[in-house]
Ligand binder design. Structure first.
Ligand code: NI
Ligand code: MN
Length: 227
């Protein structure tokens, strides 16, 4: 299985099925991807309604037929905007798909969708626990530090994508505490350095989590790793 980082919180997971999480691409100043990489997508996972996560979801789904999975409010919002293939879930819910299983996890954050100068209720924000090919991948979405993360320890997560940029989400200090609770085998920092307000020192995060015996992969937009 391959994980590609397109920038910010957007990852593509390539396996028998292809996923993209939080496709904020067109207006992301640091995104790096090829349009061709979106053509074979089976699923688009959306953690919450903010523009830097919902991003190009509707366009990609309409263009290439990928099924969108997100919370109930976001899926229904997208259906009103013309989405054809959507699967609503909610925080705490786990279900089986053709590829394996998926659980939506809690995130402490907002989820409002900005649409024509109004803010539409985007339900509760979340993260995803993806069970695929015998591996467990956790994408935290946007979140502050929460004791709920202790619940993830029992999942024996292979790889965790964790926000570190501060201001809207955990900073490095809190993200290290999150890793201490989750105890994944590997961690990828995300949601930093896209704009100045979320600048963070990924090297310091790496040094701190590696002293906890958790391997840290610092990925630049366009990078990929095998898991
Ligand atoms: Ni957000
Ligand atoms: Mn965000």
């Amino acid at each position: 299985m391959k994980i590609k980082f397109f920038g910010h919180s957007c990852f593509k997971i390539e396996s028998d099925y292809n996923f993209i999480v939080d496709p904020f691409l067109e207006s992301n100043p640091i995104a790096k991807y090829e349009e061709d990489e979106l053509k074979n997508l089976d699923y688009i996972l959306v953690t919450h309604g903010h523009g830097d996560h919902l991003g190009d979801t509707l366009n990609i789904s309409k263009k290439y037929g990928a099924t969108v999975i997100s919370n109930f409010e976001i899926i229904n919002y997208l259906i009103m905007k013309g989405l054809e293939k959507g699967h609503p879930m909610h925080v705490g819910g786990r279900t089986t798909f053709d590829f394996g299983k998926l659980k939506m996890t809690n995130a402490i954050h907002g989820s409002g969708i900005i649409d024509n100068n109004t803010i539409i209720d985007g339900g509760n924000p979340g993260g995803f626990l993806i069970y695929i090919d015998g591996k467990k991948i956790y994408h935290a979405g946007d979140t502050g530090l929460t004791k709920d993360m202790e619940l993830l320890e029992r999942e024996n997560i292979d790889i965790a994508m964790i926000p570190i940029g501060g201001n809207f989400v955990m900073d490095v200090e809190d993200a290290v505490l999150a890793v201490k609770m989750i105890k994944p085998k590997r961690v990828i920092p995300m949601h930093y350095n896209t704009w100045e307000i979320i600048n963070a020192d990924a090297i310091s995060f790496k040094n701190k989590v590696e002293s906890l015996k958790v391997k840290c992969e610092i990925m630049n937009p366009g990078d990929s790793i095998e898991i």
